[in-house]
Design a protein around this ligand. Structure first.
Ligand SMILES: *Cc1c(COP(=O)(O)O)cnc(C)c1O
Length: 485
């Protein structure tokens, strides 16, 4: 086994020291102040390695990682895009990095201005009246949005409005958030292309409907052309339209959910606005609302009063959804991203992400089965290989892609097809990168015909091959002690 395949614990040699603490120079023995029941009774299990071995270990571990800065990462519905380094530099400026959430707001005016201006820019981009940037993630933005929906109906005395309509093609977080907010879900069937079936919607609409959750373009990357009809229908029973804007790429600068009739929206700054994600954060899921809902936004809210920024509670606020004002560093990065691109280039995000997805669609459709014809928006969904006789599945294709240093697209989602392969190239990939990907996908399609068994046993070049996914999920061994068992 190569040294860098070992765990840090296996590299450990007793008494080897990588770092030594300075001698305690306190005038008394601090140990005496610590109650006995809080003292350690056993040695901690820590590895003993020299500094150089430690540095090599972590450098090598980091090289096994795959990220947007390692290679192409076309993960549909997740908008994995490059986070320009300038955003990191701005977020790390000492005046921003060292700010404390409890310091007097007179001394935090600059940071509050960034928060406020970011919320105004997002309002402008999405056509909403106001935003709260407090939620920490997309799903939390959804929950905040649905709590706003509920508070709106309750204030009007409409407590019988207990149902939320969610199309069957929706992102899993949508029904989950609605349920956590205390709503009952009415699932409506979609048309073949994932768009809302107006007939099914009409049947589902009644006075108990509090609202509908939609995304447009939908999960299949198709634009909901009947959106104005849908909005009219839902508004006719005083229902509210919720827009899942986790992936706003296709719309940027081209169309606005507010203009389509949406009342509440969340945006994932860690997808569309360039903070990298995966691995648990930090994220940010701002929630935006139309004019009649601004007084329901989470507290505190940042307001501008005579060129000063203040914090206050909206009159009918749903309350606090996060500590202080959300994940501020992510907000700064989104602010920096929008200002560096400017209005004109932000609309190119919409244009180029749609162009790239359609380029991949046209280039791959002879090898991969395209269930929905016509233009797509920022992502395209294939239903496995065209030639099903080889027995090579979407999972096999995804595993084989790893051998070429490409992160697989999203697979087996959306659920409306059996072999979904959902590709989102995003706007800032070059034609050369897309062509490279197309070449590899075509090669895999060819391999599936000539040597299907080889594809079914891929990958060959990764540290581990195919895992037993059920055991990995049910009995993960993630700690050194677990490995000793
Ligand atoms: C990612 C995503 C979410 C959830 O966002 P989190 O930040 O992961 O909570 C919701 N809806 C859609 C469509 C998404 O792609």
């Amino acid at each position: 086994m190569k040294a860098y395949d070992q765990l840090i614990f296996e590299l450990s040699t007793p008494n080897r020291v990588g770092y030594s603490l300075p001698k305690n120079d306190l005038p008394y023995d601090i140990q005496k102040d610590i109650p006995n029941n809080l003292k350690r009774t056993q040695e901690t299990l820590l590895p003993s390695v020299a500094e150089l071995d430690l540095v090599r270990h972590y450098s090598n571990v980091s090289r096994k990682n795959f990220g947007i800065e390692t290679g192409f990462y076309p993960l549909g519905s997740c908008t994995m895009k490059y986070n320009p380094k300038i955003n990191e530099e701005i977020a790390a400026l000492p005046g921003l990095r060292n700010i404390h959430p409890l310091q007097p707001i007179e001394t935090a005016q600059g940071s509050l201005e960034i928060y406020y201006d970011t919320s105004r820019m997002l309002s402008e981009l999405s056509g909403m009246a106001a935003f709260s940037l407090n939620p920490f993630a997309g799903a939390q933005g959804e929950l905040a949005g649905l709590m706003i929906m509920k508070a709106y109906h309750h204030l009007k005395g409409n407590t019988h409005k207990t149902k939320v309509i969610v199309p069957d093609s929706a992102h899993g977080t949508n029904p989950a958030s609605a349920t956590v907010a205390g709503f009952e879900i009415i699932e409506v069937k979609s048309n073949k292309d994932g768009t809302v079936n107006i007939k099914a919607l009409k049947e589902a609409i009644n006075d108990e409907v509090a609202g509908i959750m939609l995304t447009n373009p939908n999960t299949l990357g198709i634009f909901e052309k009947d959106i104005l009809k849908i909005s009219k229908l839902v508004h006719s029973v005083d229902g509210l339209l919720y827009y899942d804007g986790a992936n706003l790429n296709a719309l940027l600068g081209r169309a606005r959910p507010g203009d389509m009739g949406f009342d509440i929206i969340h945006i994932n700054l860690h997808k569309t606005f360039s903070t990298p994600h995966g691995g648990g954060g930090p994220g940010s899921g701002p929630v935006g609302v139309c004019k009649k809902l601004v007084e329901f936004l989470p507290a505190p809210q940042v307001y501008k009063r005579r060129n000063r920024f203040i914090l206050d509670r909206p009159i009918h606020t749903i309350g606090h959804v996060s500590g202080f004002l959300g994940n501020f560093s992510v907000i700064i990065k989104a602010y920096s991203f929008m200002l560096t691109l400017g209005k004109e280039n932000l609309s190119k995000v919409g244009e180029l992400s749609v162009l790239n997805a359609n380029y991949l669609k046209a280039s791959l459709k002879d090898d991969f089965y395209l269930p929905i014809q016509g233009l797509c928006k920022h992502e395209v969904v294939f239903d496995g290989l065209v030639d099903k006789s080889t027995g090579v599945t979407t999972l096999d294709v995804a595993k084989r892609l790893l051998d070429f240093g490409i992160h697989p697209p999203t697979i087996y989602f959306p659920l409306v097809f059996h072999q979904s392969l959902m590709i989102e190239p995003v706007e800032n990939e070059s034609k050369e990168t897309l062509d490279h990907f197309v070449g590899i996908m075509k090669q895999i399609s060819n391999e599936a015909k000539t040597d299907p068994e080889m594809v079914k046993h891929a990958p060959y070049t990764t540290v581990v091959r195919r895992l037993d996914e059920v055991s990995a999920a049910r009995n993960p061994r993630v700690k050194y002690r677990d490995l000793l068992k």
